[in-house]
Design a protein around this ligand. Structure first.
Ligand SMILES: Cc1ncc(COP(=O)(O)O)c(C=O)c1O
Length: 395
């Protein structure tokens, strides 16, 4: 069969292999005694606002909800998003030209490179970083330039690692703070610096911000707070994390009008918009439950603290996480030689707890594991105990 070479570049094998390990574990005898505890996905167990689901359900039977939804019909959603932007950041945006409905911020960030990059052009990506950022650049024929993030620098993007000629060649920079997978909120200044850099080289700055309302410490950075974002920027927001609606695939972009128009052009080739019924729920979320993410914060804080304490009690050195949903864990010394993928597979087999190998987020994630706080504190503590027991029995 003819399969394109660009698929080979994606190298998404780590996650596929972890899925295979989870499947095998589910079928194993060990799973009977120690059920799978899957902490490998950032897919929350917390509930969305019931009224949001009711809005969707009520709109479901309207004939228009079953029809293809052309961009013009998304205007009520875009107006609600613009109002949310006004309230959240004090920024007035044009719902017609500066807002776009998306099928997830993953979809939007993955499609953006098709809209802004020519084949062979360079895009800066954080390493480690969210996999769809790199995937989108590769599918567009772009060339990733990885900016290594380091624990010793608090995962701050250190632009000095790039030469002036490397910076001058960039056509796109993709950042995302609060940052998955390092569980770091980040600082507004980092985005200001990135925007200045993008403007210098005539590049686009894309900021993926699905965790904007989920900082556990400090304030999440936002591109919309940077002066001059309209000159080069586009920012992505999602309903998946703050409103717990990941399965519904709802997100939106706010950005410079030419970027929104270009992304809409790509999307028009690929899909129609989400059903009006889903949009009705999203509008309810924005208009009536803007504070829902804030209500999740005490829950995530309690989970984060409980899990850090429990893991530290097992002798695992856990760095502080400043955002909701994740811990980013250095490989325990006993497992260092294995690498993150083999370590995850071994820990799963021996404890029934599934984590994510850091290397799945890029070479800079090697030596680390990501743990998602997607279970109640007591369950997480049991997971920590199981992981600790597995480590004590090593090898
Ligand atoms: C940085 C980042 N971007 C995008 C996504 C996907 O978001 P969505 O569900 O809106 O596609 C995630 C999910 O984990 C993420 O961490």
């Amino acid at each position: 069969m003819p399969i394109s070479e660009r698929l080979g570049l994606l190298g998404s094998g780590v996650f596929a292999r972890m899925d295979q390990h989870k499947r095998s574990y589910r079928l194993s005898e060990a799973c009977q005694a120690r059920p799978l505890l899957d902490l490998s996905l950032g897919s929350t167990d917390l509930a969305p606002p019931p009224a949001v689901l009711k809005s969707m359900a009520a709109a479901l039977l309207a004939p228009a909800s079953s029809s293809y939804c052309l961009n013009a019909s998304t205007l009520p959603f875009r107006e609600a998003a613009a109002q949310w932007v006004q309230q959240r950041f004090g920024v007035t945006v044009d719902p017609l030209r500066e807002v776009l409905l998306l099928v997830g911020s993953q979809e939007g960030t993955a499609h953006l490179p098709l809209a802004v990059l020519n084949p062979g052009e360079k895009a800066l990506l954080l390493d480690p970083g969210y996999p769809s950022h790199r995937g989108g650049v590769l599918l567009a024929g772009g060339e990733p330039v990885l900016l290594p993030l380091r624990a010793a620098q608090g995962w701050r993007p250190c632009w000095g690692q790039l030469s002036p000629s490397q910076i001058a060649q960039l056509k796109l920079l993709v950042l995302g703070f609060p940052h998955n997978p390092t569980a770091t909120v980040g600082q507004q200044q980092w985005l200001d610096e990135a925007l200045a850099l993008a403007k210098t080289s005539g590049a686009v700055l894309a900021h993926d911000n699905p965790y904007v309302d989920l900082a556990l410490e400090g304030q999440a950075p936002a591109l919309l707070r940077c002066e001059g974002w309209r000159e080069a920027g586009i920012e992505f927001f999602s309903f998946s994390k703050g409103w717990c609606l990941g399965g519904f695939r709802l997100a939106f972009a706010v950005g410079a009008a030419p970027l929104i128009e270009a992304l809409a052009q790509v999307k028009a080739v690929v899909d129609f918009n989400q059903s009006l019924a889903l949009q009705a729920g999203a509008i309810t979320a924005l208009q009536q439950f803007a504070d829902w993410p804030a209500q999740l914060l005490p829950i995530y804080r309690a989970r984060r603290d409980a899990m850090a304490t429990a893991l530290r009690a097992q002798g695992w050195q856990v760095p502080d996480a400043s955002m909701a949903l994740y811990h980013w864990l250095p490989l325990p010394e006993a497992l260092l030689g294995l690498g993150s993928e083999a370590a995850c597979a071994e820990l799963l087999e021996r404890s029934g707890v599934a984590l994510t190998p850091g290397v799945g987020f890029g070479p800079g994630g090697e030596g680390w594991l990501r743990l998602a706080l997607v279970a109640e504190a007591a369950v997480l503590q049991e997971g920590a105990a199981r992981l600790g027991a597995a480590l004590r029995q090593w090898p």
